[in-house]
Design a protein around this ligand. Structure first.
Ligand code: PAF
Length: 299
């Protein structure tokens, strides 16, 4: 695997790859790679001739009161994981490389970036969209891969790509889960042993919603109320939001009778803020018609 810290040499390398007629898959990350990232890289490797992974903790997507300073960083371990998963190139730029003196451009998808996560983290998606636009311009991949855990991010990037005529397909990959269902996340490293056990409540809440909708409950309010009640029964958990949304528009839905909805959660376990989501649909309506060939249950 080749490692690059600067844009110029990476572009030169990728120009050569493109000239050979090879396809490029791209997995952008903030490092602290885990099995979820490995799954994205492996999927990209299956689809494309060459895979680029980036690891950059993007300051622009953290608010002043968030965890930018303590976000886990281990570039040596990340390179080993990316290489073992099949990445061919690893891009690990510095902040001077990404935001040189005088940098001032901002890219935003304002409406979709203002709901759910955006309502709690108002500047977050502007930072994500700006850095992803830069990364897409640098790598110019045929396909860019995102995990379902960050579903709102994926929808926003789909908008970005469509609105700005960027020639990359955006690919959604199912969330990788621990055996108790907790979605893999770099932030799980913050959890104490007791918090780690408590964090399984998110998946249990999603499974409750899944079961209710499959059993014929059509009121989103009823599902939301029961999900909130279950999460609140865990003393270490506090809810930021529970939402039942249209997966395409991210708008809240009221009836679950007619199609696929997404249950999206943000829950603090102690001081650690975790997000997760799950597609739900009444019995007989296939989720696969929507976005995923299958979403991943805990094994
Ligand atoms: O999902 C992430 O890890 C980040 O938001 C991304 C897409 C790498 C942008 O910094």
């Amino acid at each position: 695997m080749r490692t690059f810290q600067q844009v110029g040499p990476l572009r030169t390398y990728l120009r050569g790859i493109r000239a050979e007629g090879k396809t490029i898959g791209f997995v952008p990350t903030m490092g602290a790679l885990h099995d979820g990232h490995k799954g994205l890289i492996q999927r990209a490797k299956g689809d494309c001739d060459l895979v680029v992974t980036s690891a950059y903790v993007n300051p622009a997507q953290f608010a002043a009161n968030e965890d930018f300073d303590r976000y886990p960083r281990d570039m040596n371990a990340d390179q080993a994981i990316a290489s073992n998963a099949g990445a061919d190139a690893f891009f690990m730029p510095s902040t001077d490389e990404m935001y040189p003196a005088g940098f001032q451009t901002v890219v935003d998808v304002p409406d979709m970036g203002a709901v759910l996560e955006g309502a709690h983290r108002p500047t977050h998606f502007r930072g994500v969209v700006t850095v992803v636009t830069k990364l897409l311009n640098i790598v110019q991949p045929d396909r860019i891969y995102f995990g379902q855990k960050d579903y709102q991010q994926l929808i926003i990037i789909e908008h970005l790509v469509r609105d700005l005529n960027i020639q990359s397909a955006v690919i959604l990959v199912p969330t990788v889960r621990e055996s108790d269902g907790l979605a893999m996340s770099s932030r799980n490293a913050y959890l104490s042993e007791q918090e780690r056990e408590a964090a399984a409540i998110l998946y249990r809440a999603l499974m409750l919603a899944d079961e209710m909708v499959k059993n014929g409950v059509t009121s989103a309010d009823e599902v939301k109320r029961d999900v909130e009640r279950l999460i609140s029964s865990e003393p270490l958990a506090s809810i930021d939001y529970v939402a039942l949304i249209n997966p395409d528009t991210l708008q809240e839905v009221h009836s679950l009778a007619d199609g696929v909805a997404l249950v999206a959660l943000a829950v603090r376990i102690g001081k650690t803020r975790l997000i997760d989501n799950w597609f739900v649909a009444p019995a007989g309506i296939p989720i696969s018609k929507n976005r995923l060939s299958s979403q991943s249950r805990a094994k």
